[in-house]
Design a protein around this ligand. Sequence first.
Ligand code: AFP
Length: 312
Amino acid sequence: MGEGINDYTKNIVDLRRHMWMAGIELELRRLIWQIAVVGKYISAKIHESNRKLAGFKNVYGEEQLALDRVSDDILKNKLAHSGFVSHYASEELEDIVAIGKGNEQYIVTADPLDGSSLVDTNLAIGTIIGVHRKSIFDTGRNSMVAALYITYGPLITMIYSAGKGAHEFVLDREGEYVLSEENIRLKEKGSIFSPGGLRKDWTDPHLKFIDKLETDGYKLRYSGGFVPDINQVIIKRGGIFTYPALKKSPNGKLRLLFELQPMAYIVEQAGGRATDGKKDILNVQVTSVNQRSPIYIGSAAEVAMAEQYLSQ
Ligand code: AFP
């Protein structure tokens, strides 16, 4: 073996080693690891699917790919056999379901394949996971102990946080999640914005906020996939993603449990913020699994600016 390879092997920090070095509790480490492994299976299914539509509708009446269901099944089955998860709530299911024996300490929420309508365009898509202790019908601040998301793009990357910073891993050719960015920190202020919803449906204060960002020279970056759009804000170290209250849907589009809480958890751990315009996303009380909320998430300065506009 050449010296280069030895050096490479010696310096690698994989996901398991990282969590162990960070002092994350054993069961939570194992759970996060198992979910990361599911990401590999989901990515294999995405490749196998060859972008075929199944024409199903999910519980919210949205057209969905068979891929959503397949991803959901793989994840649910894996978690059911993990020994760590008592309940599972997913965007693909009507309600939270018991999958354990009842004495396990974690509840997992999932958007198993977010942005699946982008599969045919070959844009990046992702898996979003929240890990809760006790109950999900609480605030994320009280119940969440970890979150992660996986981005299926040209590379497969994973960012996790278990309350000790946010860290990025890249899936390498050997199938190992290798540390690529430790303790990601957003800048106070960024330079990109990612605005969801149609301009004609925006409220006046939101419109004024977006006008201000445009006037200030923020660059538009919106793919239509929550995972890659948030990932861009995080990896570029700042900026803002919004999916606001719309005139006809005051709670916006995105789901609190499956999409917003996990991303809010990670972004806060990276020094950013996430609010519904008035309240931190992690302080919003969850009362139903399909609850939606407006969101402003990213660097602190832009989120504060949004709050200022929305309060007028
Ligand atoms: P799909 O999973 O149906 O593709 O929806 C994706 C999503 O929930 C989220 O990933 C995007 O941020 C958001 O919808 C995009 O919504 P618009 O199409 O209204 O921009």
